[in-house]
Design a protein around this ligand. Structure first.
Ligand SMILES: Nc1ncnc2c1ncn2[C@@H]1O[C@H](COP(=O)(O)OP(=O)(O)OP(=O)(O)O)[C@@H](O)[C@H]1O
Length: 470
């Protein structure tokens, strides 16, 4: 008996909770809703609808629906039990789309529920079109902005299958979705910027643009206002309304601090404060503001050494070094060079609107053997230069590669996999370059040393694209 009482009181409690929940939903729902009984008396009406009608909820409930809502047919539906969907109803000068649905309980008609979905059909239509158009436009500009900022790269743009690169990529992919700060280490031109974009674009923050700062490129006296922004009148020459800094712009996004090793000590302290307090204050400002940012830092310097030498703050180093990814140099992954060269040739051909797609085996061999101190950026430059020298739709050969690059190779290595003609040309090219170096660019002496006429030397220099540096 006691158990039964307990059970039914629990059921009652459940019902009350359920009712309370339905009431809340009814009230917060975006649509405007009214419920009438069979006599057309309003039993429920949500506050949004009341607000539009300009009546109080308590005032409306209990009144006949015709007293509260113009042109209503709710009392008719509550009588005849026939649903009306999509009826146009004029209320307070607005055209509304009204749905009126009879309510039955155990087969008995007990009233009706009515909803009004938007205040004006024409406006709704125009609104939907406008929003759709704006969304498309926004998407377009987001993409364009990313392209313009060079931040539209994803992991698909990182070329290379070598183990060394794949290891770095796998780690980067794993950490992309986390909130952790990332430190990218690697020589200049290895792709640190590319990795930073790819990590950001694979993260939940990718809706917002990646903000880039090259710490080495901004004069130290401007760095603070660049990073933190300033209030109007903060200093002479300050913009009237002030200017947001890069940290502020990176709110909810990621900030790429390139060349972090070049950040002066005073700015290191300020950056540390941002990381600890997650707040920034504009130069000349009085109040601080919260920022939610993820830091992706990069450097080609040895930060550990710098910490030892006390030129880089140890506490900042640990904060930034939560995850560090070392990007291998091109020398450490020579097997990626052919694939990279092909990719860059295709990319350059597209950018320059040219049909060059081929590279001779000797030229490719030369690229693979070279030491690439400037890494992929240097490879990009070499390919772009070759495009400027190559005949219209011909392929790239040794002739279009810079002398320093070809001269570095052992001639045997060059002609081991090439045609006799190319091998002869490679030897000629190399010999001429060497002689020109020896004679410090003196063409008369070079021609004599080589036993050829000066005209012939000029012709060959032009053929091989050899230039004498002044
Ligand atoms: N694995 C790769 N695949 C394709 N392109 C690459 C790759 N790595 C780098 N690049 C390209 O090489 C160029 C140099 O890369 P990036 O600027 O990212 O190097 P970095 O390490 O940031 O250089 P720095 O230290 O000088 O700023 C860029 O144009 C980039 O797109």
């Amino acid at each position: 008996m006691g158990e039964q009482v307990e059970q039914s009181s629990m059921m009652l409690e459940d019902r009350e909770q359920l009712l309370e929940m339905y009431n809340s939903i009814f009230d917060i729902i975006y649509n405007w809703i009214v419920v009438v009984d069979r006599q057309g008396i309003i039993r429920m009406i949500n506050s949004r609808y009341c607000h539009f009608l300009g009546v109080e909820q308590q005032e409306a409930v209990g009144k006949h629906v015709t007293e509260i809502i113009e042109n209503t047919r709710m009392h008719i539906v509550a009588q005849n039990g026939r649903r009306e969907i999509g009826d146009i109803q004029q209320i307070k000068g607005n055209k509304m789309i009204a749905d009126r649905i009879p309510i039955y309980q155990k087969g008995q008609l007990i009233g009706a529920v009515g909803t009004v979905i938007f205040k004006d059909v024409v406006e709704l239509d125009a609104y939907v079109k406008r929003v759709g158009h704006m969304e498309k436009e926004l998407d377009f500009y987001k993409k364009e902005l990313k392209k313009a900022l060079g931040t539209d790269n994803t992991f698909d743009n990182i070329i290379g299958t070598s183990q060394a690169l794949q290891r770095a990529m796998n780690l980067a992919k794993r950490v992309a979705s986390t909130k952790s700060n990332v430190l990218l280490l690697g020589e200049s031109g290895t792709g640190k910027g590319l990795f930073a974009s790819a990590i950001h674009n694979a993260s939940p923050r990718s809706e917002y643009p990646l903000i880039k700062v090259n710490c080495a490129a901004i004069p130290s006296e401007l760095l603070e206002s660049e990073l933190f922004g300033y209030e109007g009148g903060a200093f002479t020459g300050a913009k009237k309304g002030g200017k947001p800094g890069k940290f502020e712009l990176a709110h909810k996004s990621s900030i790429f601090l390139d060349e972090i090793g070049d950040l002066p000590l005073n700015m290191q302290a300020k950056l540390l404060k941002v990381l600890q307090e997650k707040e920034i204050e504009r130069v000349g400002g009085v109040k601080s503001q919260k920022v939610d940012i993820r830091i992706i830092a990069a450097t080609n310097r040895n930060l550990e050494e710098m910490v030892k030498e006390k030129t880089f703050r140890e506490d900042l180093y640990y904060r930034l070094n939560v995850i560090n990814i070392r990007i291998p140099s091109l020398r450490e992954r020579k097997e990626d060079i052919p694939m990279l060269a092909d990719y860059l040739i295709r990319k350059t051909a597209k950018e320059m609107d040219r049909f060059v797609t081929e590279i001779s085996p000797a030229a490719m061999r030369c690229l693979v053997e070279y030491q690439w101190p400037g890494n992929i950026r240097e490879l990009e430059n070499v390919i772009e230069r070759a495009f400027n020298l190559v005949d219209k739709e011909a392929g790239i050969t040794l002739k279009q590669l810079p002398t320093y690059l070809v001269a570095e190779q052992e001639t045997e290595a060059v002609y081991a996999e090439t045609s006799l003609k190319e091998a002869v040309e490679a030897v000629e090219r190399k010999t001429i370059s060497r002689c020109l170096n020896e004679t410090m660019g003196n063409k008369y002496q070079t021609a004599r040393l080589l036993g050829i006429s000066r005209t012939s030397l000029y012709e060959k220099m032009e053929k091989y694209g050899i230039e004498v540096s002044k």
